[in-house]
Design a protein around this ligand. Structure first.
Ligand SMILES: Nc1ncnc2c1ncn2[C@@H]1O[C@H](COP(=O)(O)OP(=O)(O)O)[C@@H](O)[C@H]1O
Ligand SMILES: [Mg+2]
Length: 142
């Protein structure tokens, strides 16, 4: 029996991030190599200030490396601009933030639907919540 090689979704090569604040430079990431395979689960642990949030921001395409490479599904996205990174977030990444970052003016349903709107699903209004949220939420398409 042959086993397919696990697919690497995200790869970091010699990844570095330096924050510049006036004269001061902080090397938050210093030459990280990592590969995250499809279907794998990871926990990133470390003391306060060790660079966890910086790494998550990079992996989540919210920020860019200052050196090294970030390969997403085999494509080097290190130099992608904000729009291109937004598109990857929209299509491929899900986030649960510590403070949730829901939009308080919107209902739960509308919060769920918002990314689908950006994906161009706005014409199919009745679709999203069904199948995404469990029935006991009791939500109806609005
Ligand atoms: N926006 C920023 N500007 C300057 N320095 C930063 C910024 N964000 C984080 N740092 C610094 O980078 C280092 C790593 O921070 P961070 O990634 O937040 O660590 P952690 O999440 O593990 O606590 C720390 O020294 C922190 O002070
Ligand atoms: Mg943090």
């Amino acid at each position: 029996m042959t086993h397919a090689r696990p697919e690497t979704v995200i790869r970091l090569e010699n990844a570095g991030k330096v924050y510049v604040m006036g004269q001061q430079q902080v090397a938050a990431l210093d030459g990280i190599d990592a590969a995250f395979e499809k279907g794998s689960f990871w926990a990133i642990m470390g003391s306060s200030g060790s660079g966890k949030s910086t790494l998550m921001n990079i992996i989540g395409c919210l920020d860019r490396l200052t050196s090294g490479r970030y390969l997403f599904q085999g494509t080097d996205i290190s130099a992608y601009d904000d729009d291109a990174l937004s598109d990857i977030r929209l299509r491929h990444l899900g986030f649960i933030f510590q403070s949730f970052n829901l939009i308080p003016q919107l209902t739960v349903q509308r919060n769920v639907e918002l990314p689908l709107y950006y994906l161009g699903w706005e014409k199919k209004r009745a679709l999203p919540v069904h199948g995404i949220l469990p029935p006991w939420w009791g939500l109806r398409p609005g």
